[in-house]
Design a protein around this ligand. Structure first.
Ligand SMILES: Cc1cc2nc3c(=O)[nH]c(=O)nc-3n(C[C@H](O)[C@H](O)[C@H](O)COP(=O)(O)O)c2cc1C
Length: 170
């Protein structure tokens, strides 16, 4: 699978098989996040890789739409410096997230973000220090519906280029 194909076919996967990811696969996913670009190459992030079921379950209660974390084989919490102090930090986290998700997809591993609305509750669960913040975690796992990996993208699933691209000026 090349990069364009991965971008074209990747879908959000929220239901996972009850099957662990091999260590090698987890390493490839985390390494893709490590390699991604960041503002001034500061790499101002920490990743907490979570496989413990009780921790996944607790974290799944830190966001309105974070329930899928409970069924993931792996979650990666992407910690950033205070996003209200420097807007680039969330952009950086998004870059790392996208790289990890695309690397996973190439290996047949599905994923989806979980917005963390209750960051302080997540801090208690994961024990990270005050200077780090959590707004986004990713669920990973082998898709329960394996056919989703090779499904043709839904028509109308994305807005057309004509609708969103402006040339030279708005
Ligand atoms: C910044 C961001 C936050 C998201 N937060 C959640 C979330 O909290 N829960 C969830 O189930 N999906 C979440 N998603 C996944 C989106 O709903 C999903 O990517 C979108 O609907 C497109 O899905 P598709 O690629 O399958 O078409 C998030 C995606 C992004 C980029």
């Amino acid at each position: 699978m090349n990069v364009s194909e991965a971008i074209r076919t990747k879908r959000a996967i929220r239901k996972f098989q009850d099957k662990p990811l091999p260590d090698e696969v987890i390493h490839i996913i985390l390494n893709a996040g490590r390699r991604s670009q960041s503002s001034k190459n500061e790499q101002a992030w920490h990743f907490i890789a979570i496989r413990d079921k009780a921790i996944l379950e607790a974290l799944s209660k830190c966001g309105t739409y974070a329930g899928h974390l409970a069924g993931a084989a792996l979650a990666v919490a992407i910690l950033t410096p205070d996003p209200t102090a420097k807007f680039q930090t969330l952009f950086d986290a998004g870059q790392a997230a996208a790289f990890m998700q695309l690397a996973a997809w190439e290996l047949g591993v599905g994923s989806v973000p979980a917005s963390i609305y209750e960051g302080e509750k997540a801090r208690e669960i994961l024990g990270f220090p005050p200077e780090w913040h959590l707004r986004m975690a990713l669920s990973f796992g082998y898709p329960l519906e394996e056919e989703k990996l090779s499904a043709t993208p839904k028509k109308g699933g994305r807005r057309s280029l004509e609708e969103i691209v402006h040339w030279d000026t708005w």
